[in-house]
Ligand binder design. Sequence first.
Ligand code: AP5
Ligand code: MG
Ligand code: ZN
Length: 216
Amino acid sequence: MQLLLMGAPGAGKGTQAAKLVKKFSIPQISTGDMFRAAVKEGTELGKAAKACMDAGKLVPDEITIGIVRERLAKDDCKNGFILDGFPRTVEQADALNKILDELGKKITCVLNINVPAEYLIERAVGRRLCRKCGATYHVKFHPPKGDTCDECGGELYQRADDNEATMKNRLGAYEASTRPLIDYYKNAGVYTEIDGRQPIDKVTEDLVSVLTSVQD
Ligand code: AP5
Ligand code: MG
Ligand code: ZN
């Protein structure tokens, strides 16, 4: 299964991808996570990505397409993958078609977690992440039991771009560059929309029900 998980910043892509990884045993490929790992390691890629991410702008297409091309060629993607947050521009979507052609694969399904803009700043600003295992929480909608991660006891932190000012720019980038992909994938006949305003587990249920039907 080659899945694309789409949605505005804070819509719930990462939260849902983690659940789908467990259910379908295919890897999650999040370009945002890959860039954050590179920033932490201080690599050239990290240096190039950091300024864009801090400003809430998209990282240039040629950089982003390059890391996805490398990642999709790895062995663990043989039986499928969940792309989280890629593609985000028409140029990236065209490049993905080419990469998949070369690998002899097709997009199984594009799932768009649809959440109206007025929900998104609260979701991002209240998000907390575990430094050790990456688990995602929300101070109001999915609070941890204590001050540390429920799963592994790791320290919880806030992402550098999860503030109101940067979120406004991220939402602007989404509207300008990523929203056009909805029609792009509708035209390709692989698009499905899920109501992302629902509670986390209900969103998962809807996603799984779509995926079970495309798998048959
Ligand atoms: P990226 O890391 O992909 O960030 P994003 O798209 O802004 O999305 P988020 O990770 O913020 O949100 P999410 O949808 O994963 O939500 P989550 O599940 O965590 O990208 C970061 C940056 O990297 C970009 O700005 C750009 O600079 C760069 N980049 C990445 N990919 C790129 C690309 N392809 N091209 C160019 N540049 C790229 O949930 C959010 C919060 O809400 C959590 O606290 C969660 O607990 C809560 N929540 C989730 N679901 C629900 C629900 N149903 N109800 C209530 N709360 C919920
Ligand atoms: Mg995410
Ligand atoms: Zn943890």
